[in-house]
Design a protein around this ligand. Sequence first.
Ligand code: BGC
Length: 720
Amino acid sequence: MIVPMSMIDKLTGRMTLAEKLGQLTMTTSSYAVTGPVIAGDSTDSIRNGTLGNLLNLVGAKHVHEMQRIAVEESRLRIPLLIGFDVIHGHRTIFPVPLAEASTFDPKIWELTARESARETAADGIAMTFAPMVDVSRDLRWGRTVEGPGEDPWLAAEIARAKVRGFQGADLASPESVAATAKHFCAYGPVTGGREYASVDISERTLREVHLPAFAAAVRAGTAAIMPAFTDLAGIPLTAHKALLRDYLRGELGFDGVIVSDYNAIRELIQHGVASNVVEAAVLALKAGVDIDMMAGAYRDGLPEALERGLVTMDEVDECVLRVLRLKERLGLFDDPYRRGSRVEAVEVVTARRRVARDVGGKSLVLVKNSNDALPFRADIRRIAVIGPLADAWREMRGPWAAAGYEEPNVSVLAGLRAALPEAQVVHAEGVAISSADTAGIAAAADLLDDGVEVVVLCLGEAAEMSGEASSRAFPELPGEQRALADAVLERAATNDIPVVATLFCGRPLIVPWLAEKADALVVAWFPGTEAGHAIADVLTGRLSPSGRTPITWPRALGQTPLFYGQRNSGRPENPQDRFTSKYLDSANSPLFPFGFGLTYGRFAYTNLRVSAASATVEDTIEVAVDLTNTGAREAEETIFMFVRDRVASVARPLLELKGVTKIALKPGETGTARLQLAAADLRFLGLDLKPVFEPGEVEILVGPHADPARLTTARVMLQG
Ligand code: BGC
């Protein structure tokens, strides 16, 4: 039930139908040389009140120009709501979300969202279509890069931190923007990993895996939610009354704005649930979608729907109220120019770049480091930097750098040259990212002469190979990169030169051969504006790596979906018994498990203990473990706390993540990592899909990642 604010209530009472539908419509603008052009609309639509919201408009000057038309020339002077996709930074591009997830650090997630919000707001924009919190367990799906990875607990933590960061303490602040949690929901398990394809999962998986992040975003106060393009078992999310109205608005009490995805309302026709735009508009409105992004379906379809009694004016008004209320919460009625009225100080921008560099470094995941190939020795004098991603600053920014600054972006080559002014850094591209031309391979291998002390081999995907509409059936190194790598690895082996492979990608790639042959392997994802500096920081040892993969890396694509939270089955893998759950031609185990990542230290875990042997649902269990850095360098270890309930009314996953903490230790130093586990978080969805707290033993497993062999176990008896 909406309790309208009086000013807004009165305003709604004065609006014509066309003006109301204008408030429910969002249209894109794009740039002509002379300024913003509004696709399919014109500034006249703003002037006559039939367009209330815009997306893809950047630059405070342009935003204010449009606002001025709305608040000075339109009849009701309602300010515009202007949104933009700020997925991993606005002007300063931070690491892609999957990379940021690798930091397992809520302070970082919140900080980059806060910095993005300040930068976005400085551009006059009041809303972002982020965070994207879709859990992905299928690396074929290109949008894996935009999200939190495979785990529901992690996704929820990220959702919370991001909403806090974007919205700050006060949504009306000139430095805050409205967050949009997207894409609601279960977009990740698209059939075959194919973009936009149908989704069909159990209600249990929906509730256990895909909804928690949205629930967390709602509890954190997200201003908006965007339904996914996809359908869930035949019901497109844009028209999903049960999930939008009953669950989101009903169960979770979400009273913010639901904004459709791009043209999604009209696509209900393609989905096969509406035969024309009138029916499409009715379905979306009835489901509770407030803003129609880019379909023009509300403006085209609702007048007839109202005439025919298919929807009521009350239903339309309910949406209008929600949109106006958001504009009010954003402070737009008080001062539509509050965002973008001050140019950010140079120091603010410079400090933000330092954040990008720091987070870039912390999001790198070191997955192999044989014979301490990394970090480089301090006296290193000659390095070969080879591969198509070595001098590719544009790719470093990743797939969603829409308004990102063009300059100065830092390639790996530039970063290493800056970090090692005394060293000679030789470079060859070898091959392009995805071309059949192998002509440059021999010359690249020829760089590996006697004087070269280490090879940095920069391989991977182009930025545009992940993100929206970027599913891949062969998620391997594209083009002739493997031929380049083979040639370089062979020559390096002959000349006894260590090879540090650096992999740029928006998803795990299937590269077991590279993991086997390279001396060191760094998963860099796409680190953003400061990529080269961030990578140089880690390779030179200025920063000790601490990133952990938030998604399992399979050995073979045929293992997909491979994730740590699977169930045991009735016939768990047994190498001695054919009739157990396994492949004939691949191990079940991943190439790198969830949470995997090395540091420059070495950590021994001892003395895991819990505060009590038993717990009731009200209790909080204190968990502690001692760690000693037995390595030669200071490093920060990430400690994971999983639980396992071996006997329950519904079979539980082998492991469930419940907490993460970090500890930095010097060589030889011992410290204690402490975690808290609320017993209430051990509830799960019972036979009737309602939360239950079942008495019995629960295991608490603590360690460096999700490989059960590396975890130590404590036990707690739950009491009803
Ligand atoms: C994407 C959304 C995005 C929207 C607006 C769509 O194609 O699915 O994630 O927010 O475009 O740019």
